[in-house]
Write a protein that binds this ligand. Structure first.
Ligand code: FMN
Length: 193
């Protein structure tokens, strides 16, 4: 068996994962980013860690997975703040209603929301939730607050959700999120050069 030589990283992407059932699709995105030579650091909320466990992400990235603000020291080589430090992009895939509310309110009570407050790079958010939750004025107000901060959104799409209902709330497919990630990184490169 031969292993490919490690190639130079094209940039660091922090992938935050929250507790939506759509998180079953996030490993696919992470795997594609790794295959495209990005350094991927995954930060899981407790609920996300119950949907797809940190071991899956650890296997896919061979790198840093932060799943607990308190046990990360000694558990990973990199803390949540260090992870955010040199990131080129921070993506939250999927983003729950709970996450949107917490971040819009500036709450930092877990590794993901804490790292996000410390990050200065572009932020891309892919929400996923029941259509009635997405339509709720509080959720829409939180989305508006985050857009005003400059955070970008992709989706949600209209379609069938895991629970069987159809409406606006389905997470954008990983392939389309990947295209958007590369578009944003190219834009940042052009601005810097
Ligand atoms: C099976 C299951 C699926 C869920 N799917 C969603 C979802 O798609 N979107 C959402 O906003 N919340 C969903 N929730 C609720 C969140 O997991 C819950 O609000 C949790 O507190 C989110 O925490 P987090 O934002 O820290 O990950 C789901 C819960 C369960 C048990």
């Amino acid at each position: 068996m031969t292993r490919p030589e490690p190639r130079e990283s094209r940039g660091r992407i922090v992938v935050g994962v929250t507790g939506s059932i759509a998180a079953i699709k996030t490993p696919l995105l992470v795997s594609q980013l790794v295959q495209r030579d990005y350094e991927v650091i995954v930060i899981l909320t407790d609920a996300a860690n119950r949907m797809v466990t940190r071991e899956t992400y650890q296997a896919l990235t061979g790198g840093t997975v932060i799943a607990d603000l308190w046990s990360e020291i000694g558990d990973t080589h990199m803390g949540h703040l260090e992870a955010a430090d040199d990131a080129d992009l921070f993506v939250i895939v999927p983003a729950t209603a709970n996450f949107l509310g917490k971040h819009a309110a500036g709450i930092a009570d877990d590794a993901l929301t804490t790292a996000l407050l410390a990050c200065v790079c572009p932020v891309l958010i892919a929400p996923a939730m029941n259509p009635r939750m997405w339509d709720h004025p509080l959720v829409q107000r939180n989305v508006e607050t985050l857009r005003e901060l400059g955070h970008r959104f992709i989706g949600p799409e209209v379609g069938r959700l895991a629970e069987g209902v159809t409406g606006e709330g389905r997470m954008t497919e990983p392939a389309d999120i990947l295209d958007e990630i590369e578009r944003i990184l190219e834009e940042s490169d052009r601005r810097e050069s």
